[in-house]
Structures are given as structure tokens and as C-alpha cells.
Design a protein around this ligand. Structure first.
Ligand SMILES: N[C@@H](CCC(=O)N[C@@H](CS)C(=O)NCC(=O)O)C(=O)O
Length: 203
């Protein structure tokens, strides 16, 4: 059994999505940040960074328990455990890795920076928020171009799609405000229609 420690942010949703799509059995434990669930000694023992998502798999490699943080690491682990979401074909696999890394290093970071600048930073600056929104829109435009004539980023559903979806759904205003990005919008609708995606991220 896998225990998922989760909160409904794009990082948490990424881990939830891959687990829902995988068909693996798991239990979801939702953390309440306002109550400080992420700072308890029990949770800190799972992740000293006091951040979710975290999974604990009681049947990890070698049959031993495994505790893992970092949403993309969790996605890669679930993919390896199930043999899903990584294309067999070498070309598709290389493309999947490129788009997965774009999400991991650029899209998630830029989206997170917009959140920090809007809500957490000591000085608020609409101009800085607009600067990072424009940067994020460039990444989304690249995804839109890749999705022209394709159903998924690497032609078949892969980790790249599951990683991107929470950021694309959560930043829909950036996509619409800097569009049109018709291929990306159709992809969002296609993803939303998948039963596992709808279970993980309803509405
Ligand atoms: N790079 C990490 C980021 C994890 C992260 O920053 N999680 C945040 C929420 S998105 C968190 O748990 N923050 C705890 C807090 O705000 O106290 C990942 O991909 O999992």
C-alpha cells in the first residue's frame, strides 16, 4: 500500500494524478497547511523540508519500505514500478524527457515564482508578476506548438502530460491572456475528460 501525503497545489496534484492513472492502490492523507500539518515531528521525519508531496510505499524496492518526496521523483518512481507513462519507443521517450524537464525546471518554477511574488514576498510588485507571467506564457506557447497535430506531448500519454496538467489548469488565465493557444486548450480538455484525471482534479 502507498500512502500519499498531499495538499491541492500543482506539486501535490502531480503526485496524485500519476497515482490515480497508475491503478496502484493508495491512501490519500490531505495536509492542512494552515494547521501546520507539514511541520509536525511525524511529517518532518518523512521530509525534513516540511513540504509535500511525499509517498511512503510499504513495498518499495527489495520489498522494503520507501519514503520519497519531490513530485517528479514520485512520478518517475510510479512509472518504474508500473511500467507505464514512459514510451517504449526511444524517440518518444527522449521527447517525453524533454517536455518533462521543461515542466520540472521552467514551468513549475516560474508558476511557483508567480505565486510567491503574489502572496508571500515581502514587497508586492505587479510588474514583476507580469514579467514572470509573460515568461510562463512562452513555455506554454512551446507546448501549444508541440501539441499541433498530436494528442499528447510525446504522442502517447506520458509523465510529461501528467506533470504539465496541474500547472496548465491552474494557470489557465495566463494561457487565455497570452493566447490563442488552441492546441494546448484542446489538450487540457482531453486531459480533463480522462476518468483518473477527473477523480484527482475534479471541477
Ligand atoms: N519541488 C518540490 C516542491 C514541493 C513544495 O514546495 N511543496 C509546497 C507546496 S507546493 C509545500 O509543501 N509547502 C509547505 C508550506 O508551505 O509550508 C516538488 O516538486 O514536490
Amino acid at each position: 500500500m502507498i500512502d500519499l501525503y498531499y495538499a491541492p497545489t500543482s506539486n501535490g496534484q502531480r503526485a496524485l494524478l500519476v497515482l490515480e492513472e497508475s491503478g496502484l492502490e493508495f491512501r490519500r492523507h490531505t495536509l492542512d497547511f494552515a494547521k501546520g500539518d507539514q511541520k509536525t515531528p511525524e511529517f518532518t521525519a518523512l521530509n525534513p523540508l516540511q513540504a509535500m508531496p511525499v509517498i511512503r510505499d510499504d513495498k518499495g524496492p527489495g520489498g522494503k519500505p520507501l519514503v520519497l518526496s519531490q513530485s517528479i521523483a514520485i512520478m518517475l518512481y510510479v512509472a518504474e514500478k508500473t511500467g507505464k507513462f514512459v514510451p517504449q519507443d526511444a524517440l518518444r521517450r527522449a521527447q517525453m524527457q524533454q517536455w518533462l524537464m521543461l515542466v520540472a525546471s521552467d514551468i513549475a518554477m516560474t508558476s511557483g515564482t508567480i505565486f510567491q511574488l503574489s502572496f508571500a514576498a515581502p514587497e508586492k510588485s505587479p510588474a514583476n508578476v507580469a514579467f514572470f507571467e509573460k515568461r510562463l506564457a512562452r513555455y506554454f506557447a512551446a507546448c501549444d506548438a508541440q501539441l499541433a497535430g498530436r494528442e499528447y506531448l510525446a504522442d502517447e500519454l506520458s509523465l510529461a502530460d501528467l506533470a504539465l496538467y496541474p500547472n496548465a489548469k491552474g494557470r489557465r488565465a495566463v494561457i487565455d491572456g497570452h493566447g490563442p493557444m488552441p492546441n494546448l486548450v484542446r489538450w487540457i480538455e482531453r486531459m480533463a475528460a480522462r476518468p483518473a484525471v477527473a477523480r484527482a482534479m475534479p471541477g
